[in-house]
Design a protein. Structure first.
Length: 295
């Protein structure tokens, strides 16, 4: 009878080494007497793989939380705010709050009417009536309808999407669809592309506005820092800006223009009455007065 080949194995309990037949399933340690499986003991001590973790920052208070990568939810250790982890897809009719940390997709045909929804990147394909907050981007694609508030670093309204909100706060607003803002708009840069429709006043004194080629937009009035016109703009009332640039493809028609610098390239058109520009008031703290000398 052929003898089995022997291999050296190490006890995971006491680290003692002994010889066992190759292909064996389990044995008892000859040093400590404890039972162990041979599959995990051939020449090395059994070790457990470390669990994968990731750092999650609370969207309410900003506190860092260390959670397992496979976790589906967590609660902030500081403010106890609840967060759903992992990408989410919203389908059908939903009316509850959604406090997600990762990406959220509002699927085509869905109807979401929760008080608030949060996430890293929110993409809307259906109907959403809510306050939306994203740590990165909010995107409304063709067929989407949004009403409420939008807060994100980047807000993108694509052609075929309809957005009517009370408040919009972002660093960059990109529009090629329909947008109407009834209340407050705060943005550092706004780009209106071909197909964009904007309704209402545009009061963004510290932001830059660009009207790209192919855009035909009409505003009640515009107040901005810098305006670049490659398309066509018509205003009902006034335009106020530090700088106005009209390219060779641009057309700008406005009753009254207030600007510190106006530049119109050959082929471009500017119609309007230019009036004296008055810089925006800058509040300065008066220097302290010198104390009166005493004798």
């Amino acid at each position: 009878m052929k003898k089995s080949n022997l291999i050296d194995v190490t006890c995971p309990h006491c680290d003692a080494t002994q010889s066992e037949p190759e292909g064996g399933i389990s044995t008892n340690c000859r040093a400590c007497g404890k039972y162990f499986k041979l599959g995990n003991a051939r020449g090395q001590k059994t070790t457990r793989a470390p669990k994968a973790n990731r750092e999650v920052f609370c969207i309410k208070c900003g506190a860092p939380n260390l959670v397992a990568s496979a976790a589906l939810s967590t609660q902030c250790i500081k403010c106890l705010h609840y967060l759903e982890l992992g990408d989410k897809v919203v389908r059908g009719v939903q009316t509850g709050k959604l406090y997600a940390y990762d990406d959220v997709l509002f699927a085509e045909g869905c109807f979401f009417k929760g008080m608030e929804a949060t996430g890293r990147r929110l993409e809307v394909r259906g109907k959403v009536f809510s306050k939306l907050r994203a740590t990165e981007e909010i995107v409304a694609v063709e067929g989407a309808q949004i009403s409420g508030e939008l807060h994100a670093l980047v807000v993108r309204i694509e052609r075929g999407a309809k957005v009517k909100v009370q408040t919009l706060e972002c660093a960059r607003l990109l529009v090629s669809g329909e947008i109407e803002i009834a209340g407050t708009l705060s943005a550092a840069e706004i780009v209106l592309s071909d197909g964009a429709t904007f309704v209402g006043k545009l009061h963004i004194p510290d932001a830059n506005l660009k009207i790209e080629t192919g855009v035909g937009a009409q505003f009640d009035s515009i107040t901005c820092n810098e305006l670049t016109v490659d398309g066509t703009i018509k205003l009902v009332n006034s335009l106020s800006a530090e700088k106005i640039f009209v390219s060779g493809t641009g057309n700008l028609a406005v009753p009254t223009i207030h600007a510190a610098h106006i530049e119109v390239k050959p082929g471009g058109s500017l119609q309007g009455r230019i009036v004296k520009y008055v810089p925006r008031e800058i509040s300065l703290v008066p220097p302290p007065q010198a104390e009166a000398e005493t004798t």
